[in-house]
Design a protein around this ligand. Structure first.
Ligand SMILES: *Cc1c(COP(=O)(O)O)cnc(C)c1O
Length: 468
């Protein structure tokens, strides 16, 4: 079979036997960089795929007449960069979206990174009481820090805010009913829907009111002897306008106290700073929510806290204790690396250095005049390379399902390529490091608010290469 196939073959086609072996390719100098970057097993995988394609091409007479090792190595390198475009490298976020869910939400602060590098490579007193020499609880110190920072009696951190809500529901209202306004049965991102979390918790959803109007009376009428909890959910990623009214935490807390029910407020974005000081709308802070009467407040560690992925539960000690004693806690507990990073992040708030330490607050705090200066410098270099670049004012978003209507004024570099905008955007995303931009119909927009200052110098090289 094989012999006849080969005999019939066009004489300008290389034969299958001329293809180098996997071993030969692996040892070739042209793939040594690829091995260093992607590791041997991944390179072998790509070699096998490319060789299989080449064999197929030879059989169907579609191969180029000669196949040098270098040419094959190049195909393999291209294949690797397609398969692993973001392999172990940071990206430059030039979208201006500060909490970019697809780019890992909040980047960690320098103190959090330092704590991770100082502590996580060693044994550390995670659950060891250094005074008594017995099994203790370092997480207790994190709890105390969280409580002090949020103005709560007690606090607890788990895997994420979704897990936090699940624990709250199961530990405080397992098998009972939760009363929630129809205007707050929200979906956050792609995976968090309040009704689905309730379903998983086994707590029965008791919807009250309507989409746009829910009064304290609606909640009151729904309270019965099966009620286990009253839940308020912050409409964090959308706004309702017009004939709209939801019940405040103050009003709900009066009801909850009368009926001896816990009142939980899913804030989503717990803020510990006043967003109004940054020219943003005022987001309810964790401390305000507790002061207004919420018994328990839940929020994410990687939204407006600007820390690692975590779900923080803050509030009354009697309720936190029920959660601490619940077996579900073990399933959703915060991992040790996040605990280290969260502790360092919270310390920045207590030290009053959050605005300078924590990247998201640095970015939110950047002045438009400074952004314009940086944008002009980059644009000038690009223009010197013959690229059509201009600077204009625009609006950027905080993102991450927070402050949905809220824009921050920003400075944009507008690039107008002569060719297809999508193709250039793709080239930018596949450069090293990848550059993620905003894409308009006929322009690429670079928003420096989310670009670290020391990344500015990388932009001209990446952009000119994509234009070439
Ligand atoms: C973001 C958000 C959540 C989900 O938090 P994760 O930390 O992503 O699990 C839940 N509720 C609200 C109101 C949110 O904004």
């Amino acid at each position: 079979m094989k012999a006849t196939h080969q005999a019939k073959k066009n004489s300008t086609q290389p034969s299958l036997r001329q293809l180098p072996s996997v071993e030969t390719l692996l040892e070739s100098a042209s793939l040594s960089h690829a091995i260093a970057r992607y590791t041997r097993p991944l390179v072998i995988e790509s070699i096998r795929q490319i060789l299989a394609e080449l064999r197929q091409n030879i059989r169907s007479n579609q191969s180029p007449p000669t196949l040098s090792i270098d040419a094959i190595a190049q195909l393999i390198t291209q294949h690797l960069s397609k398969e692993w475009p973001g392999f172990a490298q940071p990206v430059i976020n030039a979208t201006g979206i500060i909490l970019h869910t697809n780019l890992g939400r909040a980047p960690l602060s320098a103190p959090a990174l330092e704590a991770l590098s100082n502590i996580s490579g060693h044994y550390f007193n995670l659950e060891s009481d250094l005074h008594g020499g017995t099994r203790g609880n370092r997480t207790m110190e994190l709890r105390k820090l969280l409580a002090i920072a949020s103005g709560a009696e007690d606090a607890l951190a788990v895997n994420n805010n979704t897990a936090a809500m699940l624990l709250v529901l199961i530990a405080l209202a397992g098998g009972k009913e939760a009363i929630i306004s129809r205007g707050e049965l929200v979906q956050i991102g792609s995976g968090f829907r309040i009704p689905e979390i309730l379903e998983q918790s086994g707590v029965v959803l008791r919807e009250v009111g309507t989409t746009n109007q829910t009064s304290a009376r609606d909640y009151e009428k729904a309270i019965n002897n099966r009620t286990g909890i009253i839940v308020k959910v912050h409409q964090s990623n959308f706004v309702q306008k017009g004939f709209v009214s939801q019940t405040s935490i103050e009003e709900l807390s009066i009801l909850a106290r009368k009926a001896h029910l816990p009142l939980v407020y899913d804030l989503g974005n717990g803020v510990l700073l006043d967003t109004a000081a940054f020219g943003l709308e005022h987001e309810p802070t964790v401390t305000e929510a507790l002061r207004d009467g919420a018994d328990i407040v839940c929020f994410s560690g990687d939204k407006l806290i600007g820390g690692p992925q975590a779900g923080i539960i803050a509030g009354k000690h009697e309720y936190i204790r029920l959660m601490l004693n619940h077996p579900l806690l073990r399933v959703i507990r915060l991992d040790k690396l996040s605990a280290i990073a969260l502790e360092a992040t919270i310390k920045s708030y207590l030290a009053n250095t959050a605005v300078t330490d924590i990247p998201i607050w640095q970015m939110i705090g950047l002045k438009i005049e400074d952004l314009r200066v940086r944008a002009r410098i980059v644009a000038r270099i690009l223009k010197a390379h013959g690229i059509d670049a201009s600077v204009q004012d625009g609006i950027c978003l905080v993102g991450g399902g927070t402050l949905p209507e809220q824009g921050l004024p920003t400075a944009l570099i507008r690039l107008t390529p002569s060719g297809a905008v999508d193709e250039i955007a793709l080239k930018l995303r596949l450069s090293s490091p990848p550059l993620i931009t905003r894409v308009e119909k006929d322009a690429i927009l670079i928003d420096l608010r989310t670009v670290y200052t020391d990344q500015d110098a990388l932009l001209p090289g990446i952009i000119t290469a994509a234009w070439a």
